[in-house]
Ligand binder design. Sequence first.
Ligand SMILES: *Cc1c(COP(=O)(O)O)cnc(C)c1O
Length: 430
Amino acid sequence: MADTPAGFDTLQIHAGARPDPATGARQVPIYQSTAFVFRDTDHAAALFNLQEVGYIYSRLTNPTVSALQERMATLEGGAGAICVASGHSAQILALFPLMGPGLNIVASNRLYGGTVTQFSQTIRRFGWSATFVDFDDLDALDAAIDENTRAVFCESIANPGGYITDLDAVSAISEKHGIPLIVDNTTATPYLCRPIEHGATLVVHSMTKYLTGNGTVTGGCIIDSGKFDWSANDKFPSLSQPEPAYHGLKFHETFGPLSFTFHSIAVGLRDLGMTLNPQAAHYTLMGIETLSLRMDRHCENALKVAQWLEADPRVANVTYAGLPSSPYHGRMAAICPKGASSLFTFALKDGYEACVKVINAVELFSHVANLGDTRSLIIHSASTTHRQLSEAQQIAAGAAPNVIRLSVGLENPEDLIADLDQAMTKACAS
Ligand SMILES: *Cc1c(COP(=O)(O)O)cnc(C)c1O
């Protein structure tokens, strides 16, 4: 290979994959095996002591899943990655080494609805809590971080509001406080945005969406930048202090830039067990092979549909950051210059009832609670994904009652526009 680093299109196909040493198989095999035979008792002991890296049991690591982990770490520019069963489990596993009872995170108030519920309700069962703030108000973000805060959390392109986070400004604040910034990069994917280059410590993904890209499997991933100094203060004892379950091993001292990754496998997956299965890893590896091609087309189609909607008199507003009229269009150049992905919302002047009628009248768009599929998807967030939220939370999350969310797929854009047009003709008074 040449000395210059390979480009994204090359890496999305080749990173983490090599011909199978046993058979020469060119595609990454699905290693459908729970356990892996040790060479001898010394080998087994070295693996269990974390003195040697290898395969023990598929709750921890599996060769197909490892190939995906290496590909994700490479594409995001991180030191290591851990794949898990879903995007939501990635969020829990990312927080697990950082948190404890009484500790909190400061999160953006513009997040995927399920994440708002996870952070405002479920994590309280662990004694953790979240404070939600407007990340455009940097003073409010700064003020919300207290001595018990262990992470700052946001999405690069937020689901669903067409919002782009100023990651550079946010990471400067988390860095000042000596705490990690976790960025959910699901909507952008590493093709459109690489949060580590903007100061993120950890990147989390729902691989269920654009990475797999065809609505087949759920999966999640955490990528560690490897750049955070977990021993700079006493806030992160799981990584900086002796781990009793490993004879007093100190993860950060021993594994350096891979300490978060190793801890998340050796302790996190071992004890929480939200493992990705090798079949799902295979589907996701295949999806990623065409990620850049798909994302370019997703962005192109989304822009065409958004432009048409914006010009339509039945539409009150469109939130796509790819439109010059978006207040976040200026951030695109810095954060995701290749495009603003294909997830956005539009509001109908005729309100909630008209939205419900549009959903029932579309023929090509599928009414589903998913995004990032080859197929175009439509949902009325206020009555579905964001139903558990209060109206104030819905509005803050960009899911007001008159708002419809689209995930624009890879069909011909003129067909998508025709479908929306006929549905709006049935639904709207004028
Ligand atoms: C879907 C999604 C999640 C949750 O991922 P699952 O794979 O469904 O668990 C988290 N964040 C964002 C931005 C999402 O779109």
